[in-house]
Design a binder for this molecule. Structure first.
Ligand code: GTP
Ligand code: MG
Length: 217
C-alpha cells in the first residue's frame, strides 16, 4: 500500500543562490528545470493547486534562485532557475549553468528531474545538455511538453511522438519518459502526479500494511 502524496500541502521553505545554501540532504527531492519561460513555476502551481506558491511571470528569467517547496519533512519540490534567456550577460548565463550542473551532479537526495520544454520548441540548446547531465549519472528524467493548449490535439500528439522517437534513438528510453502538459487547461496533471508519487513515495510500504492488521485478541 502506498501513501498518496498531498501535493496541495506544498509550502515554500527557502530560496538558495547556490548548492551550499540548499537545505540539508535529507529525504527525497524532485527538481523542475527548463528554459526560461517554459512554464516551471506554473506547473508547480498547477500540481499543487496553489497559484500563489511559485511566482509566475511574463518576464523571462524571473526565477533566479533555487526555490524549495516542502511536501512533508522528507519530500521536496524544487523550482530551478530557467536557462537560455537571451537578455542576461554571458557571465550570468555561465554562472547559472555552473549552478545547475553542480546541483544535478552533487545533490544526493535528488531522485528525479522534471524537464519542461515548450511543446512548440522541444529539445533546444541546453535542454539536451541537461538531459545528458542527468542521465549520465543514471537519474530518471520526466519530460513535460508544456503549453500543449497552444497546439491542436493532433499537433500535440505529433510533437509527443517526435520527442519520444528522439529519446529512443538516443538510447535513453529506459530513463526518460515524456508527456504533454498544460497549466492553462489543467491537462496531464494526473500523469505528472503518478510519476512524482513513484519518485517521492516512502520506500517501505510493508510497515503500513502491518499497521493495518487488527490487534490480536
Ligand atoms: N498558454 C499557456 N501559457 C502558459 C502555460 N504555462 C505557463 N504559461 C505562461 O508562460 C509564461 C511563463 O511561465 P512561468 O511558469 O513563469 O515560466 P518559468 O519556466 O517558471 O520561467 P522562469 O522562472 O523565467 O524560468 C507565463 O506568462 C505563463 O502564464 C500553459 O500551460 N499554457
Ligand atoms: Mg519560474
Amino acid at each position: 500500500m502506498t501513501i498518496a502524496i498531498n501535493f496541495h500541502k506544498a509550502k515554500y521553505t527557502l530560496s538558495a543562490p547556490s548548492i551550499r545554501e540548499c537545505p540539508p540532504e535529507e529525504g527525497i527531492e524532485v527538481a523542475f528545470a527548463g528554459r526560461s519561460n517554459a512554464g516551471k513555476s506554473s506547473a508547480i502551481n498547477t500540481l499543487t493547486n496553489n497559484h500563489k506558491l511559485a511566482r509566475v511571470s511574463k518576464t523571462p528569467g524571473r526565477t533566479q534562485l533555487i526555490n524549495f517547496f516542502e511536501l512533508s519533512a522528507t519530500q521536496r519540490l524544487v523550482d530551478l532557475p530557467g536557462y537560455g534567456y537571451a537578455k542576461v550577460s554571458r557571465e550570468q548565463k555561465e554562472q547559472w549553468q555552473r549552478y545547475l550542473s553542480e546541483y544535478l551532479r552533487e545533490r544526493q537526495c535528488l531522485k528525479g528531474l522534471v524537464l519542461l520544454m515548450d511543446i512548440r520548441h522541444p529539445l533546444q540548446e541546453f535542454d539536451t545538455t541537461m538531459l545528458n547531465w542527468a542521465t549520465e549519472s543514471n537519474m530518471a528524467v520526466h519530460i513535460l511538453l508544456t503549453k500543449a493548449d497552444k497546439l491542436s490535439r493532433g499537433q500535440a500528439g505529433s510533437a509527443l511522438m517526435a520527442v519520444k522517437k528522439e529519446i529512443k534513438n538516443a538510447g535513453l528510453a529506459d530513463l526518460v519518459s515524456v508527456q504533454t502538459f498544460s497549466s492553462l487547461k489543467n491537462t496531464g496533471v494526473d500523469d505528472l502526479k503518478a510519476k512524482l508519487q513513484g519518485w517521492l513515495a516512502p520506500e517501505s510500504d510493508e510497515q503500513s500494511e502491518t499497521e493495518e492488521l487488527p490487534e490480536p485478541q
